[in-house]
Design a binder for this molecule. Structure first.
Ligand SMILES: Cc1ncc(COP(=O)(O)O)c(C=O)c1O
Length: 374
């Protein structure tokens, strides 16, 4: 068994700590533990400081599961807490790993989607989000990949890194297709509900969907390492619980308390992300229009990342490398198996985004001048 190199995290780990303008990050504006606890005042702070640092429950703390169930409008039984959406993916791919099985995944996509099944010997089949098709997810392409050995179909909406979204009717159609064939329909909603156009509902309303969510993206609180799965199928839930108990036992107790506070105050936390993402995207609209001779893009419909490209058509790694020397971090597209694009995160820089774009403007001008003289 071999895990392929995690190119994205290796790149981020080399540059993210200490870079002046992080336009690679896929998250939103930063919160401190103090600011989160302020949402509920002294009582929350006391609870946080005095909680017992012991093992928690494998399904997640009762009060955290209740908060998640309340926010998602499902019964508490359906909620399995995990250590980030990463653990949800580990559990699902582990359980899908039967001899001869295949899984259907997006390309580009978050690297973990494919690295896990590949390492477990599960066949990976990819549907493409193509620039020529505005990164639209083509249901017919997904359906054409499925056969009697398909264990799961995974979609991610809003999609990372392109920012493409699926409509309610597309999600319903795919859910229907998968459930009729006994294929698990998994939807990764870690960027829901951040939208920049048509909004979609959460798939938690669909009876056979397995929904993955977390506190790392729309809730930009990755340090809590909290994610969850919504699952109505009791047999599957039992498997998740068992996998969870083996893989990590339970969440970090401090993270669970912060997660609970954030989820109870989801309107405030999500509004801050949406406002920041919307404001920064408007600035980015103007920037991309002004530099369309160098940079091409498809405006993200949701989430906090876009997937632009160099109009010259070249691969972006040296562009991204040169940008780091000017204090700007992007993520090269080869981290997503699409080397001619790069990931541009527009919400994590928060109010610093305008300054980041000023610096980027200088860099883009010098890059294109160099290209002309080369
Ligand atoms: C689409 C998607 N799903 C899941 C994850 C995993 O996030 P975490 O483990 O922090 O919840 C990520 C992280 O980048 C992601 O982009």
């Amino acid at each position: 068994m071999r895990l392929k190199p995690f190119l994205l995290d290796a790149w981020l780990d080399s540059y993210e700590h200490g870079i002046e303008f992080d336009l690679a990050a896929s998250t939103g504006p930063i919160w401190t533990a103090n600011q989160l606890l302020d949402l509920e005042g002294e009582q929350a702070r006391e609870r946080y400081l005095n909680h017992k640092v012991v093992y928690g429950r494998p399904a997640g703390a009762d009060s955290l599961r209740e908060a998640i169930a309340g926010m998602q409008g499902v019964s508490v039984d359906c909620v399995q807490v995990v250590t980030g959406a990463s653990e949800a993916l580990t559990v699902l791919m582990w359980l899908a790993a039967e001899t001869g099985a295949n899984v259907i995944l997006p390309l580009p996509g978050f690297a973990t989607f494919s690295a896990l099944p590949e390492s477990l010997g599960v066949e990976t089949r990819f549907y493409r989000l193509r620039r020529e098709n505005n990164f639209h997810i083509d249901l017919e392409e997904i359906k054409g990949l499925a056969d009697s050995r398909t264990k799961l179909i995974l979609v991610n909406s809003p999609h990372h890194p392109t920012g493409a979204t699926m409509s309610d009717s597309e999600i319903e159609a795919l859910h229907e297709f998968a459930s009729q064939r006994g294929i698990q329909f998994v939807i990764d909603e870690v960027y829901h509900p951040i939208y920049h156009g048509r909004e979609s509902q959460s798939a938690v309303r669909l009876p056979h969907a397995t929904v993955i969510n977390d506190l790392s993206k729309a809730f930009p609180l990755a340090g809590t390492r909290t994610g969850w799965m919504i699952e109505r199928d009791a047999r599957r839930r039992e498997q998740y619980w068992t996998a969870r108990a083996y893989f990590s036992v339970c969440n970090n107790t401090a993270g669970e308390i912060l997660a609970e506070v954030a989820i109870r105050n989801h309107a405030v936390v999500l509004k801050k992300t949406q406002d920041t993402a919307s404001r920064n995207l408007q600035q980015l609209d103007r920037f991309m229009a002004a530099h369309r001779d160098v940079l091409g893009w498809i405006r993200p419909q949701g989430g906090m990342t876009g997937f632009p490209w160099l109009v010259s058509g070249e691969d972006t790694r040296s562009f991204c490398q040169a940008a780091t020397e000017r204090g700007i971090l992007f993520a090269p597209g080869d981290c997503f198996d699409v080397p001619s694009h790069f990931r541009f995160g527009f919400a994590a820089a928060g109010d610093n985004f305008g300054r980041a774009l000023d610096r980027l403007e200088e860099f883009v001008k010098s890059w294109s001048a160099k290209m002309v003289t080369a």
